[in-house]
Write a new protein. Structure first.
Lengths: 152, 727
């Protein structure tokens, strides 16, 4: 067992877990931040995307120990009241269907817009290509990112 | 710990519900009022406000909040909003007052009148199945409110009318809000059936068909608070995983049981018919230990002899063997003779591989047995929560009335989640450990122990007359999965005098299941591609050729024409581009679409640039969501026709995760995807799947127009495309 202290959504959180436990399981099952989802466990699908020091990462393959001393942001901490421009745009465009991938989609998009306020469509696609949506909401995700980018 | 669900008496099952079974949709008494939320705090104050439970479907609080109970699974298709919209329309509720909760799993009360009472959300049936009964129930609830006001003001009920969430008495210029009424309302002994002519005139609808009524579930799905079963966490909960048969039907023998049980953190090993379960104190421990199980599998499973890519050869023989007699799906005139005497005949075989649901949330469930062992609670995302509840009760040896199931959002269903296998497993683990247990399937489990849309070969023959019109149509479908292969084989909107359609199913011992649009995906592909091959050879425009086939079906024709118009069919395209058109129907809804493609002839990669689609789904309750469903169906369809293939060798699934079972990514979407609703006053039909069936044909037809070569095997992978170009 290892004691790991994380900075999650601006709060210090300490957990005792087996060495090698992924950041995803620590966030979801130990800290109760269940907005971040498990889907493939191998970084193929992006449902588990969170920010580490502002960069989008796949929490399913990141050992929690690798996140010590870094600043982690999950969907729960993206905005105070669910009012990040992307979250508002997601509602405007009525993006989610089943919704399961959408935390990952939004976190990936938020990292993109933080670095590139006016991405081209090609830039959006290349940044978002690693996050899968089985319901097929991609057209609306594109529209929502373009909308948020205009409003940011 | 955050968001732990605490046990509370408010979530104990309300026994009174069964006592009044058989009066589905009737306005019911106070005791019928659902109180099911797993969040104890949300119920506070409701139980004490007497007099406002006017129906099993609705609860109105004195502060004006109107809670409507949604009986359908919410897997992304949006019916948790659409069904309350129907009810709220006739209740004449102000939508901003409406709150939605899942109804209890009580099929006698909440099952759909039109579909036999089962609480199953399948086949895009929710809106069509509940439309009439929810309009009636909403109108009855409105009647109860007005009757209470009539009594209070001592005026005839006929003098009352409503505006959103307000009862009006115009003669005395008085009004009262629904919330104010709820504060004193009493239940009527008898509520009449509201005659159809007293239901709202569709032209007065404020909510049904309103583009601006948003989906209720979306805000929670953008801030991480939406609850899926996998997010449920209970006090003292432990974690279960299962290593399942790599070949369906193989039985396990665990070779290192003692060793496994000795691992710190392992709480139990559970032997099941089809696998070995491990229960541990954390999910990471359970997953780690699963890798260490040494299991010997029995070799005698029938599936062990199945090799999917070799099966096509057998199928090709089977469909040509006239001594074989399958199940007739359609028999009109004399197709054999029509083909024998035709001016020209055509033959083609179309194939499609097994495909996997790949819903983003792998299967999972949480089961908790009470301390005394006499009752249990189940949290799951299920398309058939009634059968999931029965299954859990059966495994636990409890009466169904002792099991409470809390429906959660489904992270995708697509047909996979109407089987309760994962709920049974979770119940078996809970029974073994007697602690709350969360069963999680890994992605690999979900894929390799999947239930697939079946493999299939479709043998088509047709004969045409001198004018090039089809006179005889013979269509033999073979593959595995029996009835799953049959849906969509009939051509309900094409006029062909002589038809023979037959199903010859083979059993391979492979797990198969409904997959979004079921047989309609492969069958409409084969039908539409074959029609284009004939039209192409006859040098006829495929759009006009279909117009002629549809000449007796104006509703379908209008859908086809709308799609063609949207695409500006026939316009001159840039060099290297071509369009394909196709028609599909599913769940009573009609869809036609056109796509524009180009082809990289060196890599074999097809690029879809634009898609235009039109549909007629009768009265559309939630237009924006209906369009979203159609967009989603089309993109899921594109995914299936380009990327998806499960192959089976000696009974074993050869893929394991998204690296070798790719699904559509954003880079693969068309530049534009335009969807239009063809206005209709027909009864609502299903729209969760109807966008999917046409796309295989549309792409194959565009490819035929571009290259003169037919694509006859889905998925259209670059390798297959290159082979087709060389052929």
């Amino acid at each position: 067992m290892a004691t790991i202290t994380l900075n999650v959504n601006g709060e210090k959180r300490t957990v005792n877990v087996d060495a090698g436990t992924s950041l995803l399981w620590v966030l979801r099952e130990h800290l109760g931040l269940t907005g971040t989802k498990y889907s493939c466990g191998k970084s193929y699908c992006g449902a588990c995307t969170v920010h580490m020091d502002g960069t989008a990462i796949r929490s399913c393959t990141m050992p929690a120990s690798g996140a010590e001393g870094r600043s982690i942001t999950t969907i729960e901490g993206l905005s105070a009241n669910g009012d990040h421009p992307l979250q508002k745009a997601w509602i405007e465009e009525q993006v989610p269907q089943c919704g399961y991938c959408q935390s990952g989609q939004i976190m990936q998009a938020a990292a993109l817009l933080a670095n590139n306020k006016k991405p081209s469509r090609e830039e959006i696609i290349s940044q978002m290509n690693g996050v899968l949506c089985r319901c097929g909401t991609y057209m609306r995700i594109l529209k929502a990112i373009e909308r948020a980018s205009k409003e940011m | 710990m955050k968001n732990i669900i605490t046990s509370d008496t408010s979530i104990s099952r309300r026994k009174f519900l069964t006592a009044v079974g058989g009066i589905t949709f009737a306005v019911t008494a106070y005791a019928m009022f659902p109180k099911r939320s797993t969040d104890a705090s949300s119920n506070k104050g409701e139980a004490s406000s007497l007099g406002n439970k006017i129906s099993a479907w609705v609860h109105i609080r004195p502060d004006g909040r109107i809670t409507i109970y949604n009986p359908a699974a919410e897997m992304g298709q949006g019916s948790m909003t659409a069904l309350p919209v129907i009810f709220a329309e006739e209740l004449d509720a102000d939508w901003s007052d409406v709150h939605i909760e899942f109804s209890p799993i009580e099929p006698k009360i909440y099952g759909p009148g039109a579909w036999g009472g089962r609480m199953m959300t399948v086949g895009s049936r929710a809106v069509s199945g509940y439309y009439e009964s929810l309009r009636q129930a909403g109108a009855q609830a409105r009647y109860v409110l007005m009757a209470n006001v009539a009594k209070k003001w001592n005026v005839p009920i006929e003098e009352l009318s409503t505006e959103p969430s307000v009862v009006m008495h115009k003669a005395s210029n008085r009004k009262m809000t629904y919330g104010e009424i709820a504060a004193f309302a009493t239940i009527l002994d008898n509520v009449p059936k509201i005659p159809d002519n007293q239901l709202k005139n569709p032209k007065d609808f404020r909510l049904i068909g309103n583009q601006n009524v948003p989906r209720f579930d979306i805000p929670a799905k953008v801030n991480g608070s939406a609850m899926y079963a996998t997010d449920v966490r209970l006090e003292g909960m432990v974690y279960g995983v299962i290593s399942r048969s790599p070949v369906n039907g193989a039985k396990p023998t665990l070779l290192n049981e003692d060793e496994i049980k000795d691992i710190s953190g392992v709480l139990a090993v559970v032997k099941l018919d089809h696998g070995i379960g491990v229960i541990a104190n954390t999910i990471e421990k359970a997953l780690e230990v699963k890798q260490q199980l040494q299991i010997q599998w029995s070799k005698d499973a029938p599936a062990a002899t199945h090799n999917s890519q070799e099966a096509y050869e057998d199928y090709a023989k089977l469909v040509r063997d006239d001594k074989q007699k399958g199940r007739s799906l359609e028999s009109k005139g004399d197709a054999n003779n029509a083909i024998k005497t035709a001016t020209k005949t055509y033959t083609a075989d179309y194939k499609n591989d097994y495909i996997y649901h790949a819903q983003m949330e792998p299967l999972n469930a949480v089961v908790s047995i009470s301390e005394d062992g006499n009752s249990a609670q189940v949290w799951c995302g299920s398309q058939a929560p009634d059968s999931a509840k029965s299954a859990a009760a059966r495994v636990l040896g409890l009466d169904e009335s002792k099991v409470t199931l809390y429906p959660q959002y489904l992270g995708g269903g697509f047909g996979r989640r109407s089987n309760a296998d994962y709920v049974e497993e979770a119940a078996a683990l809970a029974k073994a450990i007697r602690k709350p247990v969360k069963l999680l399937w890994t992605r690999e489990d979900d894929l390799q122990y999947g239930q697939f849309r079946p493999i299939c070969l479709q043998h088509m023959q047709a004969g045409v007359d001198k004018a090039g019109n089809i006179t005889g149509w013979k269509y033999i479908i073979t593959g595995t999965g029996d009835g799953l292969l049959a849906s969509g084989a009939e051509m309900l909107f094409y006029t062909m005098p002589n038809q023979l359609i037959e199903l010859r199913s083979v059993e391979h011992g492979i797990r198969t299941k409904h997959w979004r649009a079921v047989g309609h995906g492969p069958n409409k592909y084969a039908i539409e591609a074959f029609i284009d091959e004939i039209a192409h050879d006859q040098k006829k425009d495929p759009y006009k050729y279909r117009q002629y086939l549809m000449r007796n079906h104006p509703r379908a024709l209008k859908v086809l024409d709308t799609a063609a118009e949207m695409a500006n069919w026939g316009k001159k395209l840039p060099e290297g581009r071509a369009m394909g058109i196709a028609f599909g129907e599913r769940s009573g809804s009609l869809t036609a679409g056109v796509c524009e493609i180009s082809l990289d002839r060196s890599s074999g990669k097809i690029k879809v640039h634009h898609i235009w689609a039109a549909f007629d789904g009768g009265v559309v309750v939630q237009p924006d969501n209906a369009i979203a469903q159609t967009e989603g169906s089309i993109l899921m369809g594109l995914s299936s026709i380009f990327h998806e293939s499960i192959t089976i060798k000696n009974g074993k699934v050869q893929q394991s995760n998204f690296h070798d079972y790719p699904i559509l990514r954003m880079a693969d979407v068309p530049e534009t995807l335009e969807v239009k609703i063809v206005p209709s006053q027909e009864a609502p039909s299903g729209l969760g799947e109807a966008g999917l069936p046409f796309i295989g044909g549309a792409v194959a037809n565009a490819f035929l127009a571009l290259t003169g070569k037919p694509l006859r095997h889905m998925p259209f992978t670059p390798e297959r495309v290159l082979a087709t170009l060389k052929a």
